[in-house]
Design a protein around this ligand. Structure first.
Ligand code: GLU
Length: 471
């Protein structure tokens, strides 16, 4: 049997971490088994389907590298096929037209509630003689078996049993002629030869209905695996409509796709105590039996830790390339200044995200426009001019340019002018990059380059003097 899985999102919101996990597990399971992974957009709920959401799904999956072997299929392109099957089912008596008005359904529901029964369709139209004339408005329902059980062996939860007496005659076509989710999903899984349905636990209740429809069509039942929920850091269920972030936002925040996938794979799946998995390893090791039944909780600290790991371990070229695009998006011109590879080589172990890197590296390519006020009062006082003038001379005199010599030069300067090294470092930091935090200042000076550093010191000197002369 050739394994075939699918990711079948309804385009009713952005692609979020929960949906990505479903896609990832389906993708990994297919890859692990040398099978196929398909993408299907379930868009028959036209009122709730949105174009931006389709874009978000496609963009997110592409960014993460979750490539599909077939599709994207759109259910709205398959309406003819659904109609064909509905006609067959009507003919065979496996489906029927239901003319009950919403008022009647509501009354039935109230009555059932009053009697203490579970609200469900009362079955009024189940055995109507359709030759009689009826109102034009109707839905089509599946004739669910009245007795017996539906039993399936969920790969994560084990044996699950539903009594048919608890299942409704599910609507398979709405009054506007549109087939419904529970029906389309069945026809698609059947036509697309899906062997394993991996999806969220919110679909467990749909599964027996879908199995019954499949049985009525004489189809083979796929294997089901229902994933537990993902909760946000406050313990709330992640939902498209409430608290879920578009996965693309993580790219904007400077996360790497490798890190995000590694983080997401561990939201419910484990392999001993191992935390770091390359894509290749995930494909090799992934299985359904090691997926946990309990819910998983988002942990930003862990995601940052994993992202830092990948920033440090991915090949230099990869990181430089991603960073370059990121910096360009921030309008930072990296053509004038140090080689980006150099900055990455020397400094990448300091950062958790590409965004942090970008912000830190900005000062290597851009002169700051104005000084931070508090820093002026603390570090750019008239006395600092002497320190800066002496540093300028020493930097200018360096004939060999490397950070060790720059560091030694600062040591000598400290002894010569009797100013503590720590103070000189701070004055130089503020003068050159207008910041009090930075990697080692000698390294910063080295990377920015002699000419640019001298020019920035000069500008700062001019600034301090103009400030005090005015006073
Ligand atoms: N379209 C459904 C959803 O977005 C998933 C259907 C399925 O996987 O069977 O929740």
């Amino acid at each position: 049997m050739k394994v075939k899985t699918r990711f079948a999102p309804s385009p009713t919101g952005d692609l979020h971490i929960g949906s990505v996990r479903t896609a990832l597990y389906s993708w990994l399971f297919a890859k692990h088994n040398n099978g196929k992974f398909i993408l299907r957009i379930e868009d028959t709920d036209v009122e709730r389907s949105q174009h931006f959401s389709i874009n978000s799904i496609l963009e997110g999956l592409k960014w993460l590298g979750l490539n599909w072997d077939e599709g994207p299929y759109f259910q709205t392109n398959r309406l003819k096929r659904y109609q064909e099957v509905i006609n067959i089912m009507l003919k065979k008596g496996d489906a029927y037209r239901c003319f009950c008005s919403s008022k009647k359904l509501e009354e039935d529901r109230k009555e059932q509630k009053r009697k203490g029964f579970k609200a469900r369709y009362s079955g009024t139209c189940r055995n109507l003689d359709i030759k009689t004339t009826f109102p034009k408005d109707f839905v089509i329902r599946f004739k669910n078996p009245i007795s017996g059980k539906v039993i399936f062996n969920d790969r994560i939860r084990g044996k699950i049993i539903f009594d048919n007496s608890e299942l409704d005659d599910v609507i398979i076509q709405r009054s506007n002629g549109m087939p419904t989710y529970n029906f389309c999903v069945v026809i698609d899984d059947l036509d697309m030869k899906i062997t394993h349905v991996i999806r969220g636990e919110d679909h467990i209740n749909n599964t027996p209905r879908q199995i019954n429809i499949l049985k009525s069509l004489g189809a083979k039942i796929p294997i089901y695996a229902h994933l537990s929920m993902i909760l946000d850091e406050s313990g709330n269920k992640i939902s498209k409509r409430k608290n879920a972030r578009n996965i693309i936002e993580y790219r904007k925040d400077g996360f790497l796709p490798e890190a995000l996938l590694n983080y997401i794979v561990r939201l419910g799946w484990s392999y001993g105590n191992q935390e770091i998995f390359s894509i290749f390893e995930m494909q090799k090791l992934f299985n359904l039996s090691s997926i946990s039944k309990s819910s998983s909780i988002i942990n930003m600290k862990k995601l940052l830790w994993i992202n830092k790991y990948y920033i440090n371990h991915l090949p230099l070229n990869n990181i430089t390339h991603i960073l370059k695009e990121y910096m360009q998006d921030q309008n930072i011109d990296i053509n004038h200044g140090p080689k980006l590879e150099c900055l990455v080589t020397f400094l990448r172990d300091r950062f958790h995200t590409i965004q942090e890197m970008t912000e830190c590296f900005r000062c290597f390519y851009e002169e700051f426009k104005i000084f931070n006020h508090q820093r002026i009062e603390k570090y750019l006082v008239l006395d600092s001019c002497y320190v800066l003038e002496e540093a300028y001379k020493k930097i200018n005199n360096l004939s060999i340019w490397n950070n060790i010599l720059i560091s030694e030069m600062i040591n000598c300067l400290s002894v010569e002018i009797k100013v503590k090294k720590i103070k000189i470092n701070m004055i130089l930091r503020v003068a050159i990059i207008n910041d009090i935090y930075s990697p080692s200042i000698s390294l910063v000076i080295y990377l920015i380059g002699k000419k640019e550093v001298l020019s920035r010191i000069n500008k700062t000197l001019f600034f301090i003097k103009s400030l005090y002369i005015k006073k």
